[in-house]
Ligand binder design. Structure first.
Ligand code: PGA
Length: 249
């Protein structure tokens, strides 16, 4: 089901003390928000984030990666049930930084999505093109094949528990945002591909890449963008809350 979601991706930032205080402040600033709010924190902050938010339950907690296997000899990895055991609800899968620096592929993304769903974790699946691919006119091909491969073997009913994030790589952390038209067009293409594969395009698709308070409203009120995945601007409660409250003036 399409719903508005604003998700923060803290990346490799924030120690436990800061996690607790930022989440405390955030919860007071987003009271009455209409969008669902998710914050994806480093593994070491998950437990702290859960305890900081479990009373109000207005912020959903997510991880930023996981392994697809249940257990075994995978030094340094975290399994799906390790996440659910500490009440983690969402998990980012296939972020471009993981694809770029940690050899994540469409195939591992697909395995991770299936493992997440099998454990009742909601994957936030990232796709997006590089600047070279955009300039070569390959954007639509790249993002539709990423989503087609990522979703191989899934069923239409799974889509309710999955969130997609379209994040053009050239817009991540660069201050360069896709225009709302570019982002909306790309997201329409992703939705069309999902509709082709599953006979329904009823799934939340977010935009990510230099989202900030100044551009959130314009992006999130287009026809196909269902919210945002926010990196840098999610690290400060006052800034992130303005993005969450994009529909309030
Ligand atoms: P950014 O990151 O908002 O800092 O560009 C977005 C992301 O990587 O999810």
């Amino acid at each position: 089901m399409r719903r508005k979601i604003v998700a923060g991706n803290w990346k490799m930032n924030m120690l436990p003390d800061a996690t607790m205080s930022v989440l405390e402040e955030l919860q007071t600033l987003i009271e009455g928000a209409t969008a669902e709010v998710v914050v994806c924190v480093p593994f070491t902050d998950l437990n702290y984030a859960y305890y900081a938010t479990q009373e109000k339950k207005t912020v959903h907690i997510g991880a930023q990666n996981m392994h697809w296997e249940e257990s075994g000899a995978y030094t340094g990895e975290i399994s799906p049930s390790m996440l659910t055991a500490i009440n983690c609800e969402y998990v980012i899968i296939g972020h471009s930084e993981r694809r770029q620096y940690f050899a994540e592929t469409d195939e591992t993304v697909n395995k991770k999505i299936k493992a997440a769903l099998a454990h009742n974790l909601k994957p936030i699946v990232c796709v997006g093109e590089t600047l070279e691919q955009r300039e070569a006119g390959e954007t639509v091909n790249v993002i539709t094949s990423q989503i087609h491969n990522a979703f191989e073997g899934l069923e239409a009913k799974d889509l309710d528990n999955i969130v997609v994030a379209y994040e053009p790589i050239w817009a991540i952390g660069t201050g360069k945002t896709a225009t709302s038209e570019e982002a909306n067009d790309a997201i329409k293409e992703i939705r069309n591909q999902i509709e082709k594969d599953f006979s329904t395009g009823d799934i939340s698709i977010l935009y990510g890449g230099s989202v900030k308070p100044e551009n959130a409203k314009e992006l999130f009120t287009t026809s196909d963008i269902d919210g945002g995945l926010v990196g840098g601007a999610s690290l400060k409660a006052d800034v992130f809350s303005k993005i969450v409250n994009y529909d309030k003036e």
